[in-house]
Ligand binder design. Structure first.
Ligand code: DAK
Length: 260
């Protein structure tokens, strides 16, 4: 499928979604939202894809936010509809039944930071700059920034970032618990590929169940969440991969999972 604002590369079991508007620091415009929706559905439905990586083209930005130039003439209703569409897209990414890694190769601001936070794991270059600068435009984050950020780093620290609009460096973001790993810029994709290769060897249905248990359970009361976990745990025992995993351990060999 030909995309204008992004590239979708399938390399074996790895899908790489490259946000590709480097002249605008990969700002997320309406066309990119539409193409991201298509790309995300394509990788979701491709059973050969085991891991998804989202990154930005060029060496400056992951994504410097939503495209500010497009919003000048938007009505409040348009704005409401637009951010709801972005929220749905980011929820779809968060809910993909396979791991999604953000490879943050530079600025991750506003909508870029919100996209990053919808991913399961975040690796960043040591040159990355992260923030929610919407306050400087007279608005607030609208694609999950006030919610996912507070859940990830706590209310107090989220308020500091959202109310000041200031950017922080990758090391500071790591210290806040926002990133999984910070690596030298030239090692970012090497490290991301290592993580992706590791994840691609795991049992796909167990990966799906683990993601569901964590995502669904996060906002439930503990007792209910534990019951949900127990049901998903039981469901894993219906898979061929569970038998393969146990047999491989007992036979002292690496398992070969099929996603069945
Ligand atoms: N949108 C559009 N273009 C952008 C952009 C953005 N978010 N960020 C950068 N660019 C463009 C710049 O305009 C410039 O274009 P040209 O002038 O070359 O044509 C090019 O990318 C390179 O940027 P700079 O020349 O500014 O590069 P610097 O290295 O000097 O500065 C920077 C990098 C990241 C510090 C700076 O570009 C910057 O502050 N960018 C804006 C960051 C930001 O505020 N992001 C938006 C967060 S708010 C909504 C309304 C708004 C939103 C959502 C919904 N509705 C009404 C529905 C906004 C949400 C956000 O994400």
């Amino acid at each position: 499928m030909g995309f204008q604002t992004l590239e979708l590369r399938i390399e074996g079991s790895l899908a790489i979604i490259l946000l590709n508007r480097p002249q605008a620091l990969n700002a997320i415009n309406l066309a990119m939202v539409g193409e991201l929706e298509q790309a995300v559905r394509q990788v979701r439905d491709d059973s050969g894809v085991r891991v998804v990586v989202i990154t930005g083209a060029g060496d400056k930005a992951f994504a410097a936010g939503a495209d500010i130039t497009e919003f000048k003439a938007m009505s409040p209703i348009d704005a409401w509809m637009f951010v709801q569409r972005l929220q749905r897209l980011f929820l779809e990414i968060e809910r993909l039944p396979k791991p999604v890694i953000a490879a943050v190769n530079g600025y991750a601001l506003g909508g870029g930071c919100e996209l990053m936070m919808a991913c399961d794991m975040i690796y960043a270059s040591d040159a990355a700059r992260i923030g929610q600068p919407e306050i400087n435009l007279g608005i607030i984050p609208g694609a999950g920034g006030t919610q996912r950020l507070a859940r990830l780093i706590g209310k107090q620290r989220a308020k500091e970032l959202v109310l000041t609009g200031e950017m922080i460096g990758a090391q500071e973001a790591w210290g806040l618990g926002l990133l999984n790993k910070v690596v030298p810029a030239d090692q970012l994709m090497v490290e991301v590929r290592k993580l992706a290769d590791k994840l691609a060897t795991k049992a796909p249905l167990a990966i799906k169940a683990a993601k569901e248990a964590i995502e669904d359970g996060y906002d439930m009361a503990l007792e209910r969440a534990l019951a949900h976990e127990a049901q998903l745990f039981g469901l894993c025992f219906a898979t061929e991969d569970r038998a393969e995993g146990v047999n491989a351990f007992l036979e002292k060999r690496p398992p070969k999972f099929k996603g069945k």
